[in-house]
Design a protein around this ligand. Structure first.
Ligand code: SF4
Ligand code: SF4
Length: 252
């Protein structure tokens, strides 16, 4: 899976600033740019901050959200707890109205999710072995990635509740993206077939006009050459204005 940060190759000047500042050594310098090693990256965002060329950017999820909005299901916006600091010059009501105007059906604060998972956390803490303390919350994805990729000895201290829920959501999102890719491929095939059908229709209609001009009393019946036809050709023949069609004799 691609990580949350990507590199715009053409902007990179290979200054090594991101390499020096990455806390987990997740950047290697390739021939022409500094590339992120996704399996090591913890998504802390430091490289985005230190790159003077704006070559490191946060992956854009807007196309995914837009495609979700075109689907049948309601799309809900979840605000991170830091949103009042970021949107400090507008009222909360204005923010919610603006987000809904973009097409989201509901707006919630992420912090309210704590209430939903509180019990699961409580159960997990109660069942935790004493030797696994101190316990570490799995709320922050950067901390979870840091432990999973670089400090696996701390995995037993990591509470799993939120990670499990996040994984479930990620799986659903991945599934949705796969379905959208399939739909896109089907639509490309359909467009190609439509184009071919229109080409055949124009060709057949042109021949029909020539025949009508030569024969005068023209019978609008089309005979498939050698008896070969398929759905695209049949549609093209009908679109070209033939009222009946039938099979010709197959030549051997
Ligand atoms: S800090 Fe920016 S310009 Fe410098 S190596 Fe990293 S990506 Fe390239
Ligand atoms: S996001 Fe953090 S961990 Fe990932 S490459 Fe950038 S600095 Fe390194």
């Amino acid at each position: 899976m691609k990580g949350p940060i990507t590199t715009l190759r053409e902007r990179c000047r290979k200054c090594y600033s991101c390499v020096r500042n990455c806390p987990v050594k997740a950047i290697k310098v390739d021939k022409d740019h500094a590339e992120i090693i996704d399996s090591r990256c913890i998504g802390c965002g430091i490289c985005v901050r230190v790159c003077s060329q704006q070559a490191k950017v946060i992956a854009d999820s807007i196309p995914t959200v837009q495609s979700l909005m075109q689907g049948p299901d309601p799309v809900i916006a979840i605000l991170g707890s830091s949103y009042p600091a970021f949107f400090n010059d507008i009222r909360p009501g204005q923010l919610v109205a603006g987000i809904k105007a973009l097409g989201f059906s509901e707006v919630h604060e992420g912090a309210s999710g704590v209430e939903l998972i509180r019990r699961a956390y409580q159960t997990e803490i109660e069942n935790q072995e004493k030797s696994a303390t101190p316990l570490i919350s799995s709320h922050c994805p950067a901390i979870v990635d840091l432990i999973e990729h670089h400090y696996p000895q701390l995995l037993r201290n990591l509470l799993k509740t939120e990670k499990k829920e996040r994984q479930k959501l990620q799986d659903e999102l991945d599934q949705r993206e796969t379905e959208l890719d399939e739909m896109e491929k089907t639509s490309e095939l359909w467009k190609a077939e439509k184009k071919e059908c229109m080409r055949l229709r124009d060709e057949i209609a042109g021949r029909k006009e020539v025949l009508a001009a030569r024969l005068g009393n023209f019978l609008p019946v089309f005979c498939y050459p050698s008896g070969d036809y398929n759905a695209t050709l049949r549609r093209a023949v009908e679109a070209a204005g033939f009222e009946a069609h039938g099979l010709g004799r197959r030549h051997r």
